[in-house]
Design a binder for this molecule. Structure first.
Ligand code: PAF
Length: 284
């Protein structure tokens, strides 16, 4: 496994791979890898001749007052995990190489970025779409793997690649959870022991909503009302959103159907966690 730090070297490597007729599968991350990332890497390993992992804490997707400076970083540990997962190349560029002086271009997807996380984190998806477009241009993968935990991000990237005719197949992988149900996230390290216990309300809310649907409840407003009350019982929980949306358009729904996804974003202290699941057992 090699670590490439410069954009030009990464481009050269990617071109030589293409000339040799080999395919690249790609897992973009911001590092501080956990089991969830590992599942993406394992899938990536199966889907291409060569596997590239990028580790880049992308400044343009963090808003003012967000956790860019504190975002956890541990390149040495990431390298060990990547090695075990069979990664061929880690691409870990410097911000000044990705965004050189005079940089003035960004990529924005409209519509589906204006709800959910896009509403509470203005500019976030513009930063994500910009860096993902740049990474795709540099690495030229045939396949890229993203996690379902960032459900809106996955939908936005699918829209982006479709709209911009990018020759990359996008695969989504299921959420990887701790044994007690907490969705794995690099940000979980910010939680105190008590906040971590309270954060279980997220996965419990998903279970509760699915049980309501199974018992015949189809009214989204009723489900959301009950969940907000339930989450609000945790002393440190501050709800950002509880929404039920169509899985492709991310438009709010009034009635649950096979395309319904329940999406949650809740702060525990300063830490904002997200989670989601399909509501109907027969979802697509
Ligand atoms: O999901 C992430 O870790 C980031 O948003 C991504 C896709 C690597 C872009 O910086």
């Amino acid at each position: 496994m090699d670590i490439i730090r410069s954009v030009s070297e990464m481009r050269q490597w990617a071109s030589s791979v293409r000339v040799a007729g080999q395919s690249i599968s790609f897992v973009p991350t911001m590092g501080f890898l956990h089991q969830g990332h590992l599942s993406l890497l394992k899938e990536g390993r199966k889907r291409g001749d060569l596997l590239v992992l990028s580790i880049f804490v992308n400044p343009t997707q963090f808003g003012q007052g967000e956790d860019f400076a504190e975002y956890p970083r541990d390149l040495q540990q990431d390298c060990e995990i990547a090695q075990q997962a069979g990664v061929d190349i880690i691409f870990a560029p410097e911000a000044k190489d990705m965004y050189p002086n005079g940089y003035a271009t960004c990529v924005a997807v409209e519509g589906i970025t204006e709800t959910l996380c896009g509403r509470s984190r203005p500019g976030h998806f513009r930063g994500v779409c910009t860096v993902v477009s740049k990474l795709f241009n540099i690495i030229q993968p045939q396949t890229a793997i993203f996690g379902h935990k960032d459900f809106q991000q996955l939908a936005v990237i699918k829209r982006l690649t479709l709209d911009m005719n990018m020759p990359v197949d996008i695969f989504g992988m299921p959420i990887f959870r701790e044994t007690d149900g907490l969705a794995m996230s690099s940000r979980n390290v910010y939680l105190s022991a008590d906040q971590r216990r309270q954060a279980l309300v997220l996965s419990q809310s998903l279970t509760q909503a699915k049980e309501l649907v199974k018992a015949g409840e189809t009214d989204c407003a009723n489900i959301i009302f009950r969940l907000k009350k339930y989450i609000g019982q945790q002393p440190d929980a501050r709800i950002d959103y509880v929404q039920i949306c169509h899985q492709l358009t991310l438009e709010d729904q009034s009635q649950v159907d096979k395309d319904s996804v329940l999406l949650l974003a809740v702060y525990f202290g300063k830490t904002r966690l997200i989670d989601n699941d399909f509501l109907a057992a027969n979802h697509d």
